[in-house]
Design a protein around this ligand. Structure first.
Ligand code: ZN
Length: 206
């Protein structure tokens, strides 16, 4: 498994067999940076512009695009270049070498228009487990106290999501994790450093 992180919450997971799966690569990633970064499938967690951007999706050129109904309604192109799969909470997406389970995440009180769907993801690839918390403001969706994961992605940017302290508190609840990786700090990059410092003080692997 290879992981490549992009701005805000963007991620490409590549399985050992070369299958490439993108998540939430959107407005903060310069288009030029995606030159040649083709993927097989892509998932969008919710409709906000820092997670869902059709220009970036077209650039990544997935064969299959997975999104909730609310995002689906924003695609007006009647013959898009990708197959659209509308997905819901609780569903497991089977991509062969990659399996993705969707759960529901609280975006918190600071969003002006709360999205109808806001997914977190539990991903299995090459026998490894990746927990992608999504746009989480308060602990929601899954009781993580029994979860062992190789990698956990956590938002740390505050206001719309966890800040560094909340992210560390949530991180401490997992049963066992190989590595925590901060995300969603584009507007306040210092929150990344704060998270890393606080996590290290707690003895968490970052
Ligand atoms: Zn959002």
């Amino acid at each position: 498994m290879k992981l490549e992180q992009f701005e805000q919450s963007g991620l490409i997971i590549e399985a050992d067999n070369g299958y490439r799966f993108a998540i939430d690569i959107a407005c903060y990633t310069p288009l030029e940076k995606l030159e040649g970064k083709l993927v097989d499938a892509m998932l969008v967690t919710h409709r906000h512009g820092d997670h869902f951007d059709l220009e970036r999706i077209n650039k990544l050129s997935p064969k299959d695009l997975y999104l909730g109904q609310e995002c689906r309604e924003l695609i007006t192109d009647e013959s898009p270049s990708f197959n659209i799969h509308t997905v819901t909470t609780g569903e497991i997406i089977d991509l062969g070498s990659i399996k993705v389970k969707l759960f529901d995440v609280d975006h918190g009180p600071n969003v002006t228009a709360e999205p109808r769907e806001n997914f977190g993801l539990f991903i299995e690839v090459d026998g490894k487990k990746v927990f992608y918390t999504g746009e989480m403001f308060s602990p929601t969706g899954v009781d993580v106290s029994g979860i062992e994961a190789d990698v956990v992605f956590l938002p740390v940017g505050t206001f719309y999501t966890f800040g560094p302290e909340e992210a560390v508190t949530f991180a401490s609840q997992f049963k066992k994790v190989g590595k925590f990786i901060p995300m969603h700090y584009y507007k306040d990059p210092e929150t990344k450093d704060d998270f890393i410092r606080l996590a290290q003080e707690k003895g968490l692997n970052v």
